[in-house]
Design a protein around this ligand. Structure first.
Ligand code: NIG
Ligand code: FE
Length: 412
């Protein structure tokens, strides 16, 4: 008999626990007929059902009736704070203009910059709320939110503060990322190096000092910033002690992923044009490759990320929504699980790993969340499904029975 459960405050019994723990050598790390208990917001106990005697148990008992428990979903790449929307640009694209052309003509990201600058912190919170709630209702328990539509010190700080204010009212973990190097601001059109200097010398140090973000990101692309400029950002980020992320190889190969890996980046994201040299660099640094099928789908791209090679080199793959007004206005991580499989050929298990365990690593949270393991935060989802593959297989039916955040049932 295992008596550790006696100390738990709450216990879920008769469960199929998809732990996603790599040390459990079944697919999904699945444990059938198990019980899982929580104490002080953490997972305190996991054991086979028959090893516990519930007669003496004082806490809450939840009978799952054989349903699946998984780790809370983690959306490790979003731009969910922004002003306005870009449906006009959507129409332009369907009339034959490309994302790149619209961006070069001053639309795209810069259109959202104008709308974002026009709002105050509360206005941004208000507009982002329905997007956040959509993610939350599907089972997201950790969300990353980037700045990047302010592009001045004041407006980038405003976005990061809005993210904190927004998430404060919900049972959610937030990771914030400074993405000041998202586009060249109108004020610096012919002097992007001066803008990079401002980011390195003022924005990164201030954001780090105020604890407003855990990581720094850059859009490394022909229409944005070069690999050389990315390197300057990485040096300043390392100096500030923050995590490194990059939007790389989305529309072309600028070798940004390789460079980010040489700085031990947490993740490199998009990656449609990533080559084998880049993948070897990721292997060496242990960096997560984040795939964003929603942006691929929404922009009608045809070049797919090199999934077979990523697998061959055993690179951890994360999957995220990239929720943003231009390339992916789709507030659904469940849809991304399905798209990751259909569009990129991931297996349902890889898709779930990508939105739990590997997403946690991509946010520097690998020791805290992402698997159902004793000692980690009790962020768990109880689903009305009997096989974890159903999470990627079906879409549009919300099969979530209970949303458990830090051990508390916050949505049922
Ligand atoms: O991740 N690639 C750059 N940034 C976003 C798009 C942002 C926008 O168009 O507003 C992305 O796809
Ligand atoms: Fe993005």
């Amino acid at each position: 008999m295992n008596s550790a459960y006696q100390n738990c405050q709450r216990i879920w019994i008769n469960a199929q626990i998809a732990t996603l723990d790599p040390l459990i050598k079944t697919s999904y790390g699945l444990l059938k007929d198990h019980a899982i208990g929580v104490k002080d917001g953490k997972i305190a106990f996991i054991s086979p059902q028959q090893e516990i005697d519930l007669n003496a148990f004082q806490g809450d008992i939840i009978d799952t009736h054989g349903h699946c428990l998984t780790p809370g979903l983690i959306d490790s790449h979003t731009h969910l704070i922004y002003g306005g929307q870009r449906s006009v640009e959507f129409s332009q694209r369907l009339n034959g203009n490309t994302y790149e052309e619209i961006s070069r003509a001053g639309g795209g990201i810069l259109a959202t910059v104008t709308a974002t600058r026009a709002l105050d912190e509360d206005g941004l919170v208000e507009q982002a709320q329905p997007r956040l709630e959509a993610l939350l209702k599907e089972g997201v328990t950790t969300v990353e939110i980037k700045s990047g539509y302010g592009l001045t010190l004041k407006d980038e700080l405003k976005m990061l503060r809005a993210a904190k204010k927004l998430v404060k009212n919900y049972p959610l973990r937030l990771r914030s990322t400074l993405l000041a190097a998202h586009a060249i601001p109108p004020e610096y059109q012919n002097s992007s190096d001066a803008y990079i200097k401002l980011i390195c010398e003022e924005m990164i140090p201030q954001v780090a000092a105020e604890g407003l973000a855990e990581a720094v990101d850059i859009f490394c692309e022909k229409i944005a910033f070069s690999a050389a400029q990315s390197e300057q950002i990485f040096v300043a980020t390392q100096k500030a002690g923050l995590g490194i992320k990059i939007h790389a190889e989305q529309l072309s190969n600028s070798h940004g992923a390789e460079l980010a890996a040489s700085f031990s980046a947490w993740s490199v994201d998009h990656l449609e044009y990533l080559d084998e040299t880049g993948i070897k660099a990721l292997k060496k640094s242990g960096t997560v490759a984040t795939l964003l099928p929603g942006a691929f789908y929404f922009l009608g791209e045809t070049k797919k990320p090199p999934v077979a090679l990523l697998r061959q080199y055993q690179i951890p793959i994360a999957l995220a929504s990239d929720l943003n007004p231009g390339s992916c206005p789709l507030a659904s991580l469940r849809l991304m699980l399905n798209m990751g499989c259909i569009l990129f050929g991931l297996t349902p298990e890889e898709a779930l790993q990508g939105t739990t365990r590997n997403a946690a690593t991509a946010l520097g949270l690998g020791d805290t969340v992402g698997t159902l393991t004793v000692g980690k935060a009790a962020d768990m989802l109880l689903w009305n499904i009997d096989n974890p593959a159903q999470l990627a297989y079906q879409f549009g039916q919300n099969s979530l029975l209970q949303r458990i955040f830090a051990g508390e049932i916050s949505y049922a």
